[in-house]
Design a protein around this ligand. Structure first.
Ligand SMILES: C[S@@+](CC[C@H](N)C(=O)[O-])C[C@H]1O[C@@H](n2cnc3c(N)ncnc32)[C@H](O)[C@@H]1O
Length: 266
């Protein structure tokens, strides 16, 4: 219901939107909202922060922070939380709410367009926006540090499929981890042999080919932030590699079936 209300409302001018939501038109007239204000229910906020495993020390940014509820809940979990909203009425409310809840030191709010907000320092991005806004933000999200967690109420990210999805009281919550970029050629050294991989990346999914001494084998794989899992080869030559991307190398971690190996771009 909320999703439908937002989609319909977003086509209206901001002032009409505010009237339709019973919020008064006066302050809205000059504000060019990309998304109308509809708050996320408390149980959905909890699920968003749970899926994103928000914890002490995380930097959380809520894009379009409304009355501040997501950032305030994140601050209560020990995070340093920032909210940006283009509407000064919402920012004032959020600041007051953070004070009332005793987390004003850890939950701060700024009047700012979310598209002008520097999000590069975030470990967690939270959003309740619109499909078109999510799509516009997607390239910037994909450029964040691998492993950055992104959680969205109601709206997905198109063909960047979520790593997890939950439904709370009929509302969708989507979770993604920003995948490292591993597209291209890699050389895996293993047991004196070199396997040349060509990886094709579609967000957190990997495919491609492995040249194993002149014999080509399909590669399957996935990314969990900067953690890469790859498998290729058949029968006794079957290999499963698990490694962490570190610049132009993959550093093996426990769980590889191949014993000792190294991999570098090239
Ligand atoms: C659907 S509400 C979500 C509020 C809050 N995050 C929550 O989930 O309860 C969207 C918020 O985005 C704000 N907003 C709309 N366009 C924006 C923009 N370009 N930059 C920053 N905030 C914007 C609105 O004022 C509104 O408060």
């Amino acid at each position: 219901m909320i999703a439908t209300a937002i989609r319909g409302a977003a086509r209206l001018p901001a002032a009409a939107l505010f009237v339709s939501l019973g919020l008064g038109a006066a302050s809205a007239q000059e504000i060019d909202l990309d998304v109308p204000y509809v708050p996320t229910p408390a149980r959905v906020v909890d699920k968003m922060l749970e899926l994103a495993t928000v914890k002490e020390g995380d930097v959380v940014i809520d894009l379009g922070s409304g009355d501040g509820r997501i950032a305030i809940a994140a601050a209560k979990r020990g995070a340093r939380a920032y909210g940006v909203d283009i509407n000064p009425v919402r920012v004032k409310e959020a600041v007051e709410n953070a004070q009332k809840e005793g987390v004003a030191e850890r939950a701060t709010f700024r009047e700012q367009n979310l598209f002008d907000t520097n999000i590069t320092q975030a470990q967690v991005i939270t959003m309740y926006l619109l499909p078109s806004v999510n799509r516009d933000l997607r390239p910037r999200l994909l450029d964040l540090t691998p492993g950055t967690r992104v959680v969205s109420h109601a709206f997905d990210m198109g063909d960047w499929l979520p790593d997890e999805r939950a439904v709370v009281d009929g509302k969708n919550v989507y979770f993604w981890k920003v995948p490292a970029k591993v597209d291209g050629r890699w050389a895996v050294e293993h047991g004196g042999d070199t396997v040349n991989l060509i990886l094709t990346q579609t967000y957190q999914r990997l495919s491609g080919t492995a040249d194993m001494g002149g014999k080509n084998s399909p590669v399957e794989g996935s990314l969990d932030g900067d953690l890469v899992t790859l498998s290729f080869g058949e029968g006794e030559a079957r290999r499963e590699l698990r490694g962490r991307v570190n610049g132009s190398t993959l550093e093996p971690i426990a769980g590889s079936s191949a014993g000792s190996w190294t991999a570098r771009r090239g």
